[in-house]
Design a protein around this ligand. Structure first.
Ligand code: ADQ
Length: 465
């Protein structure tokens, strides 16, 4: 078996002592790299201003080499903040209204992908397997093929794939579709994403699913695709978390200062928790409105329940994100001002990141996990919330039907985040659920998450590739 070459926009580097960054994806992919040896290639996160980036830097750690490239300020603005985050991200999350298409930024996106290909090429050996991650790097396989690379190349899309009418509104959608056909395997989070992708090909006049009887290994979750003169596979690989480790962490975290302080300050009140990057796809303003609706619809709950919303800023250089931060602050202030009491604050809003151990402990304290994205590839917070629960007294997950995780977590109470009354009812249902039902729902989800953790996800993808 040859080496594994992983390419992603950012590379999760271990610290000086060799400790890996927290988060399941980094740990699982590192495990695969450690087993086979290989390279993790990507952007260093640094911009070199107006200069051209210097040569790549390499850091070796056992059998893994981390190879990093800087970007110029222009590359960063056009490729990352521009095309990736202001065109692909909103369109793939069905927010055409927020997409800001500009030819210059599109050119920057393809230019950086060419630069990645040029820099990766000399590092490749003929039997390497290449695994490329996410929407920043869709054209990379096509660029590598142009340079004569014959290796197996896989791609995993962490975010949703949109319906055809949404994708086709993007001026260069055809280049994106064609670019994907250079891969040998394309992985999606859910069968809905795979269906949307195949429908786009069919609408484009590409055959999509190859004719003939599917093999036993094929199902609605896998397809052989013929498009743009190539035959390749597309399939679903729902990403998981490190379930057992996260559960153990949550159980240990009961005693941490953050969790103790939180519990003490709550008294007998119930805690509802929301944890997200501050991003419009996560439905945070809609969630706060739903919580406000809930407090009006069930006045007996006033004074007895608190929503803790932890939401660190992200992508603060993009104007939509700055506006959203101000809007969320104003909204929380409004709810607290109109409904709060001397000794009760309905919403506690924390605009920063929380350490992994505290996060696990806070999930476990919360009677309800409120995970209501408007659209989300998977949503790992939903899975972490379930894994963190006390098996004897588990909380209830209220989950948006538009999160990829809703395809798997059958024990969640599903809601439509656009419907604040229905979400309010889901919160009430979660808070009043019997212990027997809570245990039964939680067990079903936990068994599933233990069997489908992130290491399994990684193995499944690489096996298929
Ligand atoms: P994200 O959009 O970043 O990921 P998500 O899947 O929820 O979303 O992962 C977020 C991670 O960050 C979780 O592990 C969570 O614990 C952590 N996190 C979030 N807020 C935090 C906070 N305040 N403090 C500490 N940690 C916090 C993209 C896609 C998702 C897909 C993942 C993985 O958008 O749909 O699930 O990739 O494929």
């Amino acid at each position: 078996m040859g080496r594994l070459i992983v390419v992603s926009n950012r590379v999760p580097l271990p610290d000086k002592r060799g400790n890996l960054p927290a988060g399941g994806l980094a740990v699982a992919v590192h495990a695969a790299l450690q087993e086979r040896g290989g390279i993790w290639f990507g952007w260093s996160g640094k911009s070199v201003g107006s200069a051209e980036p210097g040569p790549v830097t390499t850091r070796d750690n056992g059998k893994i080499s981390y190879v990093l490239t800087d970007l110029s300020k222009r590359d960063m603005d056009e490729y990352y903040s521009g095309f990736a985050n202001r065109v692909l991200w909103p369109i793939f999350h069905c927010r055409l209204d927020l997409a800001e298409y500009a030819r210059r930024e599109k050119d920057g996106y393809f230019r950086v992908n060419r630069m990645f290909a040029d820099r990766l090429l000399p590092l490749l050996e003929p039997d390497d397997t290449i695994w490329i991650h996410d929407y920043h790097l869709i054209p990379l396989a096509e660029e590598l093929r142009r340079r004569g690379v014959k290796n197996r190349i896989g791609f995993f899309l962490h975010i949703p794939w949109p319906p055809a009418d949404i994708l086709f509104a993007m001026p260069i959608y055809d280049q994106i579709l064609r670019g994907l056909s250079s891969y040998d395997l394309i992985g999606f989070q859910t069968d809905h994403d795979l269906d949307n992708y195949v429908s786009c090909l069919i609408r484009e006049g590409e055959p999509g699913r190859a004719p003939g009887t599917p093999t036993a290994a094929e199902s609605p979750a896998a397809a052989t695709v013929e498009a743009y003169g190539r035959t390749f596979k597309a399939a679903t690989f729902a990403i998981g978390i490190e379930t057992a480790d996260f559960a153990a962490l949550a159980s240990r975290s009961k005693g941490t200062a953050t969790v103790r302080d939180m519990r003490a300050s709550m008294g007998q009140r119930d805690l509802i928790i929301g944890v997200d990057r501050l991003d419009y796809s996560k439905g945070i303003p809609e969630r706060i409105s739903a919580f406000e609706t809930f407090l009006h619809a069930y006045p007996e709950r006033q004074g007895k329940v608190t929503l803790l919303q932890v939401a660190p800023s992200s992508r603060s250089d993009v104007p939509e994100y700055q506006q959203m931060q101000q809007a969320v602050e104003a909204q929380c202030g409004h709810v607290n001002g109109t409904l709060g009491q001397i000794d009760w604050t309905p919403i506690r809003y924390v605009n920063r990141s929380v350490g992994r151990s505290s996060l696990a402990g806070l999930y476990r304290e919360a009677r309800v996990g409120l995970v209501t994205p408007l659209r989300d590839g998977m949503n790992l917070v939903a899975k972490e919330y379930v894994a963190a629960q006390d098996p004897d007294d588990p909380g209830v997950l209220v989950l948006s039907r538009f999160a990829g995780a809703a395809r798997e977590l059958k024990g969640a109470v599903l809601c439509n985040p656009h419907d604040s009354e229905q979400t309010a009812q889901a919160i009430e249902r979660a808070l009043s659920m019997s212990i027997e039902e809570r245990r039964e729902r939680w067990r079903r989800m936990m068994d599933y998450l233990l069997a489908h953790d992130v290491k399994q996800w990684c193995r499944d993808f690489l096996h298929a590739l």
